[in-house]
Design a protein around this ligand. Structure first.
Ligand code: FES
Ligand SMILES: [Fe+2]
Length: 348
């Protein structure tokens, strides 16, 4: 898709609506956006000791994340080299569930039953492809692109800003998925601006200092500054004496939100499900057992409000009368930043 996109916010038009409605873009997005960026693929608590493993998927690629004998985290293709069965199993080897080929924890082929007499088959060269894997706090990230910048580089300013938070000690406490009838970018756009808060989230608006709300964009992520006002809000609970009540709201290109609160962290990962459909996966993490029921209820209230907005936008984007709009310079710089990164990544 070819269209002009102005890097100057004040002059820019939003993405053409076909970017959200043309189903032929999904494969390109999968390869160029999701296949080239750091994707949150699981938690270190899922691989506590050598040999531990779990299945996941990144950009449509079936993966097996495991801790090898030396305690190193590895991300292998879970696709068997025989006829593409699923490799998994337990113990000191990886086993395909189809015909039982086995691989060691380095991904090298160990055994292929009843395979005598096959010509030109180099067993020694047969191994599971491996992908880049890095961690941040309790989270495992995978990038399918060998030439992408490192996770550290993508996190950039986030690392010093979160240095005093005990991220490594966080444990998963709760997850919740919502399926939405909108393109994944509609949901991300909505997250990246506070412009709609006074109109669409009355309860959230009451808790925050909207005048001081701003979005700061960095190379591969952005940060929203959303100070809370007054005592007695959710954010003040359990706050250490003298600590600032400001939460840290980060968005990592392209589809991860990391919301760091005084006593817990919430991740939202937005996954495309198909044309005009996406899933938002919410996960909460805390250092100690904590009653977060109030937070879950509040998050659900805001989420239901956002779902209604996003699903209406998706319908609007299919309208014969609408193609592109404009950005508020004051309030929608984060959305423009996302669109600019998306346009760049979608170029071959
Ligand atoms: S597909 Fe894995 S052993 Fe046949
Ligand atoms: Fe919202």
């Amino acid at each position: 898709m070819d269209f002009p996109f102005d890097p100057e916010l004040a002059r820019a038009e939003t993405l053409p609506s076909a970017c959200y409605t043309d189903s032929s873009l999904l494969d390109t997005e999968r390869d160029r956006v999701f296949g080239r960026s750091w994707q949150w693929a699981g938690n270190t608590s899922q691989v506590p000791n050598p040999g531990a493993r779990f299945h996941t998927e990144v950009a449509g690629e079936p993966l097996l994340i495991l801790k090898d004998e030396g305690g190193r985290l590895r991300a292998f293709s879970a696709v068997c080299r025989h006829r593409a069965g699923r490799v998994g199993g337990g113990g000191k080897s990886l086993k395909c569930a189809y015909h039982g080929w086995t691989y060691d924890l380095e991904g090298r082929l160990l055994g292929a039953p009843e395979f005598e007499g096959v010509e030109g088959f180099d067993r020694g060269a047969c191994r599971l492809p491996e992908f880049r894997v890095e961690t941040w706090g309790p989270w495992i990230f995978v990038n399918l692109d060998p030439s992408a910048p490192s996770l550290k580089e993508v996190l950039g300013e986030i690392l010093p800003e979160t240095a005093s938070w005990p991220l490594d000690a966080l444990r998963p406490v709760h997850t919740l998925d919502y399926d939405l009838a909108c393109d994944w970018k509609v949901y991300v756009d909505n997250y990246l601006e506070g412009y709609h808060i006074p109109v669409a989230h009355p309860e959230l608006f009451r808790q925050m200092d909207y005048g001081a709300y701003r979005v700061e964009t960095r190379a591969w992520h952005s940060r929203q500054h959303a100070p809370v006002k007054g005592e007695g809000t959710l954010y003040h609970r359990d706050l250490a004496a003298g600590a600032e009540p400001e939460a840290l709201y980060y968005w990592l290109f392209p589809n991860l939100m990391v919301n760091v609160y005084p006593d817990h962290v919430q991740l939202n990962r937005i996954e495309p499900l198909g044309p005009g459909r996406c899933r938002t996966h919410f996960a909460w993490f805390a250092e100690k057992p904590l009653d977060l029921s109030e937070n879950f209820a509040f998050s659900d209230l805001v989420q239901q409000e956002d779902i209604a907005l996003c699903e209406a936008v998706q319908q609007g984007l299919s309208s014969r009368t609408y193609d592109r709009g404009r950005y508020s310079v004051k309030r929608e710089n984060g959305v423009h930043h996302f669109h600019q990164l998306w346009v760049e990544m979608m170029k071959d």
